[in-house]
Design a protein around this ligand. Structure first.
Ligand code: ADP
Length: 374
């Protein structure tokens, strides 16, 4: 197993698209790292450069301390699992899993041992081993694709959106299975997805990318609690963090956030907690964006965190009962936002509520740079 290091790696495709821009990333031995971001942000290209399927335009990639820029894929000793499984349709499951080892001229009994061990780990039955891929469900095919990677005992596993073709229920199940597999094999895994829930639930660490640039690298809760910029704040979490435009004002001996949409009058005003006010001192009179997660907003009648000078009047526009919780879609007159509240709370469309914000968990961003202030 191995450490994977990317050092100032960039990729410019013919035609000039800069798919990856100066990526530096160290993936520890046995670590499970997830690359996540919207379609086209450069995740697959990054993974394919590690695999050797795509040439590196500049920078270096090291696997297990060895520079691999010019090492062909087959000699990098890593295994890749794709979204479309890429199984050989005319071969049995057994042969699909054995084939790579046969090409490498492994002894027959060694191959047999490895295939059966992988099948056992993945819950592939002896009977299934004799079937052709078309006689398997999507989830079973994906298991075979993973099995084919396991038998090689590679230095690292690379997964490129492996669960995208599965239905929602199967995706949740395979997500847990791949996590268990990581615990069991204790191998380095790099996993690409556009799905932030997959990233949050599977990764030891998450790498958020946008437009070819790494935005932030952190553990799941670190990303959630302390996003570095508005992109990460809005991408991680569902429903996403609410953003309110406005400005910081000095009032009554403290700092307040005053809502103001561009070209519009002032809206609600809420007091900023003292510990955060220190970091916002340089922003008095300047535009900022206030960010608050749906679970940090509630009707003041129901919020343990409610403070009288930290509420905003809003009108209920949509009530979405989710079973375990309710999403309330509200509007202040200048901004729409969503609150995630207790399933037994009553709220009616058109009702005016005083919504309390948990300002201990508030986020403020610079309007210009979109970087976090506090
Ligand atoms: P992601 O995996 O995050 O969806 P990709 O790494 O596939 O993103 O693509 C990143 C960018 O590079 C996109 O703008 C995409 O259109 C472009 N791109 C990907 N592959 C090629 C290619 N073979 N030739 C030219 N441009 C490409």
């Amino acid at each position: 197993m191995a450490k994977v290091l990317l050092e100032n790696v960039s990729k410019v495709y013919a035609g000039g698209v800069k798919a990856v821009d100066d990526a530096t990333l160290e993936i520890g031995d046995q670590e499970f790292v997830v690359l996540v971001g919207p379609s086209g942000c450069g995740k697959s290209t990054t993974l394919r450069m590690v695999a050797g399927l795509e040439e590196i335009s500049s920078g270096n990639i090291f696997i297990d301390g060895k520079r691999v820029n010019d090492v062909p894929p087959k000699d990098r000793d890593i295994a890749m699992v794709f979204q479309n499984y890429a199984l050989y349709p005319h071969m049995t499951v057994y042969k699909n899993m054995a084939f790579g080892l046969m090409l490498r001229k492994y002894p027959k009994n060694e191959i047999d041992q490895r295939v059966r061990k992988a099948a056992q780990i993945l819950g592939i039955t002896d009977e299934q081993l004799q079937r052709k891929p078309k006689a398997l469900s999507g989830g079973q095919r994906q298991r075979v694709a993973v099995g084919r990677a396991i038998v090689r005992k590679p230095k690292a596993f690379l997964f490129d959106e492996p669960l995208s073709n599965l239905d929602a229920k199967m995706r949740v199940q395979m997500r847990a299975e791949i996590s268990k597999l990581h615990d069991r094999l204790k191998s380095t895994m790099i996993y690409v997805t556009h799905d932030q829930v997959e990233a949050m639930t599977m990764g030891d660490r998450i790498v958020v990318m946008k437009d070819g640039v790494i935005q932030q690298v952190a553990e799941p809760l670190g990303l959630y609690d302390n996003p570095r910029n508005m992109f990460v704040a809005g991408f991680i979490g569902s429903p996403p963090m609410n953003f309110f435009k406005g400005a910081i004002e000095q009032r009554q001996g403290g700092l307040w956030f005053v809502e103001q949409a561009p070209g519009d009058g002032k809206g609600f005003a809420i007091r900023v907690n003292d510990d955060m006010a220190k970091k916002l001192a340089g922003y008095v009179g300047k535009p900022v964006v206030f960010g608050s997660r749906p679970e940090d907003i509630n009707d003041k009648q129901h919020a343990a965190f409610a403070e009288p000078d930290q509420t905003a009047a809003a009108t209920v526009e949509v009530v979405e009962p989710m079973g375990a919780e309710i999403y309330l879609y509200l509007n202040t007159g200048r901004h729409s936002f969503v609150a995630r509240v207790n399933p037994h709370q009553k709220a009616d469309v058109g009702q005016k509520l005083d919504m309390a914000f948990d300002m201990r968990k508030s986020h403020f961003f610079d309007s210009q740079t979109e970087q976090v202030i506090v």
